[in-house]
Design a protein around this ligand. Structure first.
Ligand code: ATP
Ligand code: MG
Length: 251
């Protein structure tokens, strides 16, 4: 039987990208969903765990409650990890351009692989930005297997048609907790008037017919929360989008 394992960094707030890309699907799955607090120093661990529970996720676990075991596995995996594989990760390349490139940022996929193996994940429901890291975990599993030393199951990504949600202020970047601009993201705990304010301020294209990243992102969000209508103008589109978001996030 499949065992679903996935995690989220402890930034307290869960944003619409996390929710539509991953967390929404976790609610109905059998497995372990953890607050990935070993993937950083400090963080809002309890708040994030509570947000997950409030989103309806069962079996929420705190990664650092298993600290010694996970770090030991990470340490062992580090001896088997070719650094060329890590250098290829697009998230490392993207993030290291804007943040200080640390060893932990570079090695993050190894810790993520340790999480997956430790919690016994066979199916990993993540957003599409994590696809490459799951591929990395599979490559690492092959290395373990070649050494004849694994009792773990080979994990696979479960992405399905889960959308990639972009920033509301710059649709060329994904919606992210790391973005300092609060207006770039909607949090699942935002009250209705804040959701309205953020959607109204979201960058749009000139015409409803435009095929721009901003227009496409708003359409993606609209469809993901059940929108089906054709609107002639952005203001009416946005008004319905706000209504749909309020209903979805209140559920
Ligand atoms: P950070 O920028 O600090 O990495 P994040 O916003 O990417 O934060 P994570 O905790 O890394 O959040 O990701 C949790 C889950 O949400 C992962 O499965 C990830 O794939 C998914 N996810 C994150 N951002 C998006 C997005 N913009 N669209 C769809 N899924 C996303
Ligand atoms: Mg991330």
């Amino acid at each position: 039987t499949p065992r679903y394992v996935s995690g989220i960094r402890p930034t307290g707030e869960i944003h619409l990208g996390n929710y539509l890309g991953a967390v929404r699907r976790w609610r109905s799955l059998e497995g372990v969903f953890f607050v990935a607090d070993l993937h950083g120093l400090g963080g809002a661990v309890q708040e994030t765990a509570e947000s997950l529970s409030r989103c309806g996720v069962q079996n929420v676990v705190v990664e650092s409650d298993h600290k010694a075991d996970i770090l030991e596995l990470y340490h062992q995996l580090s001896f088997l990890t070719p650094t060329v594989l890590l250098g290829r990760m697009t998230q490392f390349k993207d993030k290291s351009a804007s943040e200080m490139a640390t060893l932990s940022l570079f090695a993050y996929p190894v810790l993520m692989a340790a999480d997956i193996f430790y919690f016994g994940g066979t199916h990993i429901p993540v957003g599409s930005d994590q696809m490459q890291h799951i591929e990395f975990a599979r490559d690492l599993w092959d290395v373990l297997r070649a050494r004849g030393s694994t009792s773990f199951e080979k994990p696979e990504a479960v992405i399905g048609d889960s959308p990639r949600i972009m920033s509301l202020t710059d649709a060329t970047r994904k919606m992210s907790k790391s973005d300092p601009d609060e207006m770039s993201r909607i949090n699942v705990s935002d009250p209705p008037d804040v959701i309205r304010q953020k959607v109204r301020a979201a960058k749009t294209s000139m015409s409803m017919a435009d095929d721009t990243p901003e227009a496409n992102n708003l359409r993606t969000i609209y469809r993901a929360v059940g929108g089906t209508r054709v609107h002639e103008r952005w203001p009416t589109f946005k008004a319905e989008l706000v209504d749909l978001l309020i209903v979805e996030l209140a559920a």
